[in-house]
Design a protein around this ligand. Sequence first.
Ligand SMILES: C[S@@+](CC[C@H](N)C(=O)[O-])C[C@H]1O[C@@H](n2cnc3c(N)ncnc32)[C@H](O)[C@@H]1O
Length: 241
Amino acid sequence: MSSADTIMWRNVRPQALHKIDEQTWPPQPHSLPLPNEVLREASSVSDLAAFFAIGEAWSQMVAHYLPASPRVLDVGCGCGKLARFFYLIPGLTYVGVDLYRPSILWCSKVFAHVDDRFRFFHFDGHSEVYNPDGVVKASEYAFPVDDGETDMVVCASLFTHLFEPDARHYLAEIARVLAPAGRAIISIHVTPEAGSSYSGDEARIDIDKTYFEAMCAEAGLAVAEQIGVIYGQTAYLLARA
Ligand SMILES: C[S@@+](CC[C@H](N)C(=O)[O-])C[C@H]1O[C@@H](n2cnc3c(N)ncnc32)[C@H](O)[C@@H]1O
């Protein structure tokens, strides 16, 4: 990503969203439009092939662990890289949250025809990278889901950007919203600086695996499975302890 691109996506104002909402191709019948490159870049990668490859791999991995008619919460959902694949699963209901307002505005618009199944929530969380004017502390944010009402929480490349207090709070929130048999899938980078268990900045956070597992346990979550490495990130399947 060039510095010019960085400036472009970070400075997009919601009021200007329609200007970045133009499609190269005309709308296709009965299909979701594609997010433009600004929104894709803010969700990690603008390259369309990589966007689809990562989205497909993640959603197939998550689908492997879903029960019938699952209730899914996607924290840090971006511009719907996973949601557009979950959309193909009959009976799946979905809540996506993110602090990058243009992504949530765009998703709310393109999924409006199925807003009984797919809902998107912006929260004005502070992030130097994604939402520098945000006023809400992520460490105090309550996910917009009732206790025990979620079958699957997905955090795809989210904890790779969270400072430790925010990550600890989000783990506790995940434990709160999971149904008794619910599961969460979280990806992390696992190579912190020497002598550190948790290092980096919002551009990239690394967490020692043993330290992350202890954080999960303190939040009331148990490691059900170390799934493997997906596009360079280590994926964990978690359950309520
Ligand atoms: C690398 S992108 C991944 C987006 C999406 N999960 C995907 O796989 O396409 C990280 C996302 O997390 C969001 N984010 C960053 N900090 C957050 C926080 N504290 N709470 C919720 N979302 C956050 C960003 O706005 C961004 O959309």
